[in-house]
Design a protein. Structure first.
Ligand SMILES: Nc1ncnc2c1ncn2[C@@H]1O[C@H](COP(=O)(O)OP(=O)(O)OP(=O)(O)O)[C@@H](O)[C@H]1O
Ligand SMILES: [Mg+2]
Lengths: 274, 353
């Protein structure tokens, strides 16, 4: 009796999800495999035959992976440091870390345009110091996209890691040291494996975020460095080619699912347990 | 020569000086306990020896080498934490093997030594379990095995039994002592449980506010504490102000404020002060008989106050000429409140501090 009533509580959420997420999602996917005579994968074959699309697809994957890796490398030590500070200071650090999330991604991208542009801050400084003779091309390329994405998603990585790391008892580090591990060894053998759950959550968030981001690659990558999401937009809104847009969208979703699964599998190996 | 030697060490957390000009010597193979009230600096001393905190001043000599600046992982000391600090992501076997793997011990030997050690602590059947699948006592034994398997030069234990129930504590402390003796590992053991500490130690260091007040064998500390603090800490509940009359080689004579004469064994005199405190345990005071002659040595007249039942004996609060004293009496007779009694304080049981 009681249990049935509990399920009722789920109903509003399920209806909302079903109506506004699953229905459009599945109709989009269905769209892509419907041919003149029944179901067909021909649109996907077409996609993978087109070298232009392939190159954009690979670039998207590459940028998402690089962004994730950089976020891990920058996030890990930062998160560890934050997790070892005392409670009061930790709150402040976490505030600082999530600060970028509090502004819109358009604003953030524009500020990077100011920094990286032809007459931007970086170029001005380098020119004035006579390190370079003409402005570097820092904007409208893959580099700019990665910078923007790392800046955008690093807080997610840090938050996920801090959440896990602050629960790791300091005694464990000391125990490892007393058994003969240098600080670095102790970190690798104890802190790292125990942080893997946070690393996984963080990586999945950053990867899916980077793979599907639109504003940042659009504003910082321009037309030179197109990615899947900008391509979807172009097809749907400029070319009115909804079929191709749907195919691209579906591929994006599948890629996210596959990579997420792989990261999860990998985590089992990394933490060395189960 | 001492194996371990702390020389005039000072440790402070910010402005809070915890250890001041601290000295400690430990002989090879000994189990020395640090005993003292909460906050007196026991853990601090242990962590200093372990290398987790640095001294502001002073030296730590170990095996004739200066260890003051040697980092933790180069010290080869086994440390058992109060929280056990087992690695949650590793099985019992891998927890114990952790130190050996770091030393690049061959696989076969690791297996042999780990299983041997698990056998000693009685956990051979649990090697595949994870820490969270163990009881408190089992975790404690894993922590002990993990520290011992590297054959440490020194074993440091921080209240390793404090999370266990009374029965298991007794069993485990006997176990620890047995292993420690078998492997002849010099050990520093921190506890605030007096019985535990007396039962397993070769030497006991009673600490108070960052200073060792008395370092001696359990028997000597129990019978003849050197300071008022130590006497109080080990159960001398009664203190009487005395002043010296005459000092002799064997027996000395003291007077209480109201003129009572007390004879004391001279070996029990631990201070040269003129006015001194005579300390005695409640269970050593004898209730001789009602009222009567006050001229006797080592006696006091008093009136029985509140009494409580301790199980083996009754304990009375007796209001005497020199103040209130706690006195134990056997269960044959329970004295009533207001009854007059005469107390006898045997000279060999009194300690002067
Ligand atoms: N990390 C620290 N920062 C500041 N003060 C500390 C720190 N650790 C301990 N202290 C202080 O140092 C003093 C001694 O602490 P310590 O932990 O050595 O006591 P202890 O004898 O082990 O007590 P307990 O029996 O309660 O464990 C205490 O007054 C304590 O407040
Ligand atoms: Mg302590």
């Amino acid at each position: 009796m009681k249990n049935k009533a509990n399920y009722l509580l789920l109903l509003p959420g399920l209806i909302l999800l079903g109506l506004f997420l699953f229905v459009p999602l599945f109709s989009t996917i269905f769209q892509t495999i419907r041919g003149k005579e029944g179901l067909t994968l021909v649109k996907y074959f077409d996609f993978f035959k087109d070298s232009y699309y392939i190159s954009i697809y690979l670039r998207t994957l590459k940028l998402a992976l690089i962004t994730t890796l950089i976020a891990v490398m920058l996030g890990f030590p930062t998160a560890y440091y934050i997790s070892r500070t005392n409670k009061k200071v930790r709150g402040l650090y976490i505030m600082l870390a999530v600060f970028p999330l509090l502004t819109s991604s358009v604003v953030r991208s524009f500020s990077w345009m100011v920094i990286l542009g032809r007459n931007g801050i970086v170029n001005t400084i380098l020119l004035n110091l006579n390190i370079i003779n003409e402005p570097l091309k820092l904007l409208y390329n893959e580099f700019a996209i990665v910078v923007g994405l790392v800046y955008l998603f690093l807080p997610l990585m840090i938050m996920s890691l801090v959440g896990v790391m602050e629960n790791i008892d300091n005694d464990l580090m000391e125990a490892a040291e007393s058994l003969g591990a240098s600080r670095l060894k102790a970190f690798i053998k104890v802190i790292f494996p125990l942080s893997v759950p946070g690393l996984i959550v963080g990586s999945v968030l950053v990867f899916t975020g980077s793979l599907t981001a639109y504003t940042t690659p659009q504003l910082l990558g321009g037309s030179n460095a197109k990615v899947l999401s900008t391509l979807v937009y172009q097809n749907a809104m400029s070319l009115f080619d909804w079929d191709t847009a749907s195919v691209l969208a579906t591929i994006m979703i599948l890629t996210t699912l596959i990579v997420t699964t792989i990261i999860n599998k990998l985590s089992g190996k990394l933490s060395g347990k189960r | 020569m001492a194996l371990l030697n702390l020389k005039d060490v000072s440790v402070a957390y910010g402005d809070n000086v915890v250890l001041k000009d601290f000295n400690l010597n430990i002989k090879k193979g000994d189990l020395v306990s640090l005993l003292g009230p909460s906050g007196c600096g026991k853990t601090t001393t242990l962590r200093l020896i372990g290398g987790f905190i640095q001294a502001n001043k002073g030296k730590f000599i170990f095996n004739d080498k200066d260890y003051t600046k040697v980092p933790v992982h180069k010290r080869e000391f086994g440390f058992v934490f109060q929280s056990y600090a087992l690695f949650p992501h590793l099985s019992v076997f891998d927890n114990v093997a952790f130190g050996l793997k770091l030393r690049k011990t061959p696989k076969g030997e690791i297996k042999k030594r780990v299983m041997e050690m698990l056998d000693i602590v009685g956990l051979a059947d649990y090697s595949k379990r994870y820490p969270k699948e163990l009881s408190g006592g089992q975790r404690q034994r894993v922590a002990l095995a993990r520290a011992l398997v590297i054959k440490p030069d020194l074993l440091l234990l921080d209240e390793p039994l404090s999370n266990l129930d009374a029965k298991l504590r007794v069993k485990m402390r006997v176990g620890i002592r047995k292993i420690q003796k078998e492997l002849n590992i010099t050990t520093v053991y921190v506890t605030h449980d007096q019985e535990e500490c007396f039962s397993i130690s070769d030497k006991v260091a009673v600490m108070n506010e960052g200073v060792i007040e008395h370092l001696d064998t359990p028997q000597n500390i129990y019978d003849n504490p050197k300071t008022e603090f130590v006497a109080n800490f080990v159960g001398f509940e009664n203190f009487i102000d005395l002043s010296l009359q005459s000092k002799n080689e064997d027996i000395s004579t003291y007077n209480s404020k109201n003129g009572r004469v007390f004879k004391v064994k001279s070996t029990n005199i631990n201070s040269n002060k003129e006015t001194i405190k005579g300390a005695i345990r409640p269970e050593e005071i004898k209730i001789v008989n009602k009222g009567g002659d006050n001229k006797d040595e080592n006696t006091l007249d008093g009136i029985v106050g509140i009494s409580t039942f301790l199980g083996k004996e009754y304990q009375y609060m007796v209001d005497t000429e020199v103040g209130k004293l706690l006195v134990n009496g056997n269960t044959n007779k329970r004295y009533k409140e207001g009854e007059k009694v005469k107390l006898y304080l045997p000279k060999e049981k009194m300690v002067l501090v």
